[in-house]
Ligand binder design. Structure first.
Ligand SMILES: *Cc1c(COP(=O)(O)O)cnc(C)c1O
Length: 479
């Protein structure tokens, strides 16, 4: 199973490509490039044949789990299968060949697409205006917090706190602190929802906003959402929605209709861009009318003589990303939305919810979570009762690898002990869900009968159980 480094396969003189001879003499190069920048020694690149090159990288790619190879129920991340047609469309030369410095008159087509994508996101979310600039969800959070700061500064109000539920994603307190706010934790109640009494108690005129995730990271819709938004608004605060879980809401309900003032989208999660390797992503922000002036620039506008990029917005927080944001992620979202249409989008959310509840129902007695209720697009189970057999959520996650399944999210949300957070998404068949359920049932049985099997898993992967701290501090990259 082990694969040597490509440098170790080097044999002098072998080459995977045939390049034309250089037709510029060395003395001439020196005329164009300062000598100090020229390489003194030839770079020690690997010398291998084309088949060796292709086999090397194909083998490496097969050591990884991906949505294209395995079920990937990583909670909160929405690892849905990404239809290849979106890749094909965004790879068209008309898109790839665009240059960001082309004048607007030459790029009316792409501006039209960006404009329409904003309008579709507004329609789905019920917000009044969207900017496509931020490059990821966390970046959208930060941009939004900067907008809120600018808004309250202009109003002359000093509001330095942001309320964040204890079930929230770690980026929420991080973004608010980066923007200069103090994060204040709100408790959850027994139902896994925001504790309204606690919210009443801590809400005051120093709070700029609440950062809500809906459905929350336990997969539950806040049934009291209208009360929550009212409590915040009554004291002059605003409601921010972390839109990472939009895959549960689309076509069913709209944040703008239940009191959200500002939110971000994770196009790479909800709207089908392959992710998980660290990018590129896209985290557009949407706002209600009164926050429009603060949106990051440029915004795509439609004027009588065509589409244009509007940067003349004096109150804007400015640019947060070069050019138009991560254009090709936006393009994929556009294709995905156009292909699915209004009805398709709603079906995505409905199917995601049904899949999560199917899994929850079949597994909740074997991995009991403190909350036994219908969930939305993801469910949180717990391995707490496995501790007496010496087994933790991590061991179960490792054992799942032997079944060819990517582990779910673990130890998040923080308020569930030994959490296993499962988000199957709408793209998996019933057979795949059943295979996952039967793997987890089998693991539960193994924990009873032969816990070492689970404790020492995985047994079939190219890298077995590693010491995670050591692997992190002293990575061993040699095969
Ligand atoms: C993924 C996620 C984020 C952060 O989004 P990125 O695009 O990864 O920066 C924030 N909140 C929740 C709930 C998430 O799942």
């Amino acid at each position: 199973m082990s694969e040597h480094l490509i440098f170790e396969k080097t044999r002098q003189g072998r080459c995977a490509v045939s390049l034309p001879d250089v037709d510029i003499r060395e003395e001439e190069i020196k005329k164009f490039i300062p000598v100090s920048f020229l390489r003194k020694k030839i770079l020690g690149l690997p010398e291998v044949t084309e088949p060796a090159l292709v086999r090397h990288f194909t083998k490496l790619s097969q050591k990884n789990m991906s949505v294209d190879t395995n079920f990937y129920p990583l909670g909160s991340c929405t690892m849905k299968y990404n239809p290849k047609v979106n890749e094909a469309l965004t790879n068209l030369p008309d898109f790839c060949g665009l240059h960001p410095y082309q004048p607007s008159s030459m790029i009316q087509g792409i501006l039209h697409i960006l404009y329409d994508t904003c309008r579709m996101l507004e329609e789905i979310s019920g917000m009044d205006k969207v900017s496509l600039q931020p490059a990821a969800g966390a970046h959208g959070e930060l941009a939004s917090m900067l907008m809120l700061r600018a808004y309250f500064e202009e109003k002359g109000e000093i509001r330095d706190k942001v309320l964040i539920p204890d079930s929230a994603h770690g980026t929420n307190p991080a973004s608010s602190s980066l923007a200069g706010f103090k994060a204040v934790k709100i408790k959850s109640n027994k139902e896994g929802e925001i504790d309204l009494d606690h919210l009443h108690h801590i809400m005051d005129e120093k709070v700029s906003c609440i950062m809500l995730t809906l459905p929350n990271t336990l997969g539950f819709f806040e049934k009291k959402i209208l009360d929550i938004t009212e409590i915040i608004h009554a004291k002059g605060g605003l409601v921010y929605l972390d839109g990472a879980n939009l895959n549960a809401l689309m076509g069913i309900t709209r944040p703008g209709d239940f009191g959200v003032d500002i939110m971000h989208f994770n196009l790479h999660k909800t709207f089908a861009t392959p992710h998980g390797g660290g990018g590129p992503g896209s985290g557009p922000v949407g706002v209600k009318k009164f926050l429009e002036p603060y949106l990051p620039v440029p915004l795509v506008e439609k004027k009588e003589d065509g589409y244009c990029l509007d940067c003349q917005r004096p109150k804007s927080i400015g640019k947060v990303r070069s050019f138009y944001g991560n254009l090709r992620v936006v393009l994929k979202a556009y294709c995905y939305l156009r292909i699915l249409g209004k009805e398709g989008i709603k079906k995505v959310s409905e199917d995601a919810i049904i899949s999560a509840n199917y899994i929850r129902k079949k597994l909740q007695d074997h991995y009991p979570s403190p909350y036994k209720r219908i969930c939305m697009h993801e469910c949180v189970l717990s391995a707490k009762d496995k501790k007496e057999k010496g087994i933790r959520a991590l061991d179960i996650a490792k054992r799942l690898l032997d079944f060819g399944i990517h582990p779910p999210t673990m130890y998040f949300p923080l308020i569930v002990e030994e959490a296993l957070m499962i988000e199957p998404t709408e793209t998996e068949s019933k057979e795949t869900l059943d295979a996952f359920i039967s793997a987890l049932l089998q693991i539960a049985k193994e924990i009873e009968e032969d816990p070492t099997l689970v404790k020492e898993a995985p047994h079939t992967t190219c890298v077995l159980r590693i010491n995670e701290v050591e692997a992190n501090r002293f990575p061993k990259v040699r095969g």
